[in-house]
Design a protein around this ligand. Structure first.
Ligand code: PMV
Length: 332
């Protein structure tokens, strides 16, 4: 087999209705469905080459050679691609992010969406969008939502075949802005893979999961109707519910820092005063503050003034994962 390569680019996504806990950990079948938005300005760019002369898979992330558990996770993922394509060659994988990994901006989502597209293409497969979303899901659950563009809903499904994400509205549907208040850029102590396993130890998980379909409907309807107030209410509630599960699992997971709570309180106070903004937080201390484009300059400035916020990253609704020309050095 000659060397076959492909390069893909994918945005991370931020969930409005969160995924936390699996029914099947091996293939990341979630306990509940979820809704998210891709983040346009942030990206992972990944090139994959299958080469029969390689003695093992080879992985470089942001210019550094990876080994140990990270290499194993990628190699295990590539085994799925090799199985689907019926090939045996090892691969050389080169990946770059333009944003901090492991700090609550889901780097594993863009990483596995870009890897699923580049590896499957390099292996000669031509997968449909749902098939690609399913493949990405096996690498990291939330990665299935980075495959389709704009606002995405991940159907929890009953099986591998029925658990994938679709676009519910394209990126230009709503001029929302995610102002990410960065309060720490260090790697989180407990990654989401271990966190999903702990979810079932919280007495609140069952209540969160059984009430998730109602929040999904409210969130989808709010997005489709561009109803900011309803969207704000259901998204903050869902984020708080996931963090309540995290804090009450055994052992307890507390991802917040003092500055996280300050931003949450400040944003809630702004909304009470009529400034339309809301927060949502993933498995990390950084706070995603959402507003509409007109309010973004004010929100951005006010966030940068909060003690403990080191910088604010701006992101708009982003596109689907796509193949790019490997010679192209930029993200878009
Ligand atoms: O895909 P994972 O295993 O990194 O899980 C993501 C979990 C959260 O980011 C906390 C929530 C979500 O739905 O993205």
């Amino acid at each position: 087999m000659p060397i076959r390569g492909a390069t893909a680019i994918s945005c991370p996504n931020i969930a409005f209705i969160k995924y936390w806990g699996n029914r099947n950990e091996k293939i990341n079948l979630p306990e509940n469905g979820s809704i998210s938005m891709n983040l346009a300005e942030l990206y992972t760019r990944t090139s994959v080459e299958f080469d029969l002369s390689l003695p093992a898979d080879h992985l470089s992330i942001n210019g550094k050679l990876a080994s140990g558990p990270i290499l194993k996770r990628v190699s295990d993922f590539l085994d799925n691609v090799r199985r689907l394509a019926d090939i045996s060659a090892y691969a050389s994988v080169t990946s770059e992010n333009n944003f901090p990994a492991g700090a609550g901006i889901a780097s594993s989502a863009s990483a596995f969406a870009a890897l699923a597209l580049s590896a499957s293409t390099a292996a000669g497969l031509q997968l449909s969008e749902p098939e690609l979303s399913r493949l990405a899901r096996i690498g990291s659950g939330s990665a299935c939502r980075s495959v389709p563009g704009g606002f995405a809903e991940w159907y929890a499904g009953e099986s591998d075949e029925s658990s994938y994400a679709v676009t519910i509205a394209p990126p230009d549907h709503w001029n929302l802005v995610d102002c990410i208040a960065v309060v720490s850029e260090s790697h989180k102590p407990v990654g989401s893979a271990d966190g999903h396993t702990l979810a079932r130890t919280s007495p609140f998980q069952e209540a969160r999961v059984t009430t998730a379909p109602g929040r999904i409907d409210r969130c989808r309807n709010a997005i489709l109707a561009r109803d900011f107030e309803a969207f704000a209410e259901v998204t903050e509630l869902d984020s708080n519910m996931m963090h309540a599960v995290m804090m009450t699992s055994k052992p307890a997971l507390l991802y917040w820092l003092p500055a996280t709570l300050t931003v949450m309180q400040v944003v809630a106070a702004w909304r009470r005063k009529g400034i339309p903004a809301f927060y949502t937080i993933d498995a990390g201390p950084n706070v995603h503050v959402f507003c509409e484009e007109n309010d973004a300059p004010t929100i951005f400035r006010r966030l940068t003034e909060i003690p403990g916020v080191s910088r604010v990253i701006i992101a708009h609704p982003g596109p689907a994962a796509s193949l790019i020309d490997p010679a192209c050095k930029e993200g878009g």
